[in-house]
Design a protein around this ligand. Structure first.
Ligand code: PEP
Length: 257
């Protein structure tokens, strides 16, 4: 079965819940103008926790075809974890996706592969789809270790998950040196690693699981480079930071086909 392209916007720590209303509505009208066909691509908005309620209400009220995602989740069920948000809290708000292991969480919050694995496992058991981020820094790329480094993160993130769970989730390959820098991996660079991830999933599980899992590329994706990136056989979508804050840009990315 063909994998449906998935474009996820990661707003990061931008846009408060009041500003979110304007952005979501502008995005919606821009997509209407572009005659977006939601059967051809999926659009997910990964917004700050404080925006989730507002964006959920907009999606429901206007029957918008956007998926709703959070940018992180706790690996714990509940209890004395000040400041954390549980999978149950997200599910109750109608959140369907959660970014796990973004390089900024790994770098600034010390998230290890074990933590990423625990969060992804918890998300899946609550019915949320994790978007698991992996990818190398510039030093690793320069040393030619980018494929092995990224595959080790994939193995760590997927440890203990069933084939059925893996088939349902999303893996985002994001070379750190290309995030927010304007520096884009070439389409061939992105395909090299995304293809290697799919082969690794086949080796860890089986061919049907590898064929089903969706793999995104992330790192300075814009309207001008999305078509080439999406032309690669193992790239099924994009995780988009900066350009997701610009409705025209994000709409063009969603309508890449
Ligand atoms: C990201 O933060 O996941 C990302 C890919 O950012 P940008 O598109 O701005 O490079």
């Amino acid at each position: 079965m063909a994998r449906k392209p998935i474009m996820a916007g990661n707003w990061k720590m931008n846009i408060d819940h009041v500003e979110a209303t304007g952005l979501v509505e502008k995005l919606h009208y821009t997509l209407v103008d572009r005659e977006w066909d939601p059967a051809k691509s999926e659009a997910v908005l990964c917004v700050p926790f404080t925006d989730l309620r507002t964006v959920r209400t907009l999606i429901d009220g206007d029957r918008l075809h956007f998926g709703l995602g959070a940018q992180d989740v706790s690996a714990h069920d509940n209890g004395a974890y000040t400041g954390e948000i549980s999978t149950a809290m997200l599910s109750k708000l109608g959140v369907g996706y959660v970014i796990v292991g973004h390089s900024e969480r790994r770098e600034y919050h010390g998230e290890t592969d074990e933590i990423v694995n625990a969060k992804a496992t918890k998300a899946l058991s609550a019915g949320l789809t994790p978007i698991i981020c992996v990818g190398e820094g510039l030093d690793v790329r320069k040393a030619g270790q980018h494929v092995e480094h990224t595959l080790a993160q994939v193995r760590g993130a997927l440890a203990g998950l069933t084939a059925e769970q893996v088939a349902s989730l999303v893996i985002a390959y994001e070379p750190i040196w290309a995030i927010g820098t304007g520096e884009v991996a070439t389409a061939a660079d992105a395909q090299e690693v995304c293809g290697a991830i799919r082969k690794e999933v086949a080796a860890l599980y089986d061919e049907p699981t590898a064929e089903a899992v969706r793999i995104q590329y992330g790192g300075s994706v814009k309207s001008g480079n999305v078509a080439e990136i999406m032309g690669q056989p193992d790239i099924d979508g994009a995780l988009v930071g900066g350009a997701s804050l610009k409705p025209e840009e994000f709409a063009a990315i969603v309508c890449f086909y």
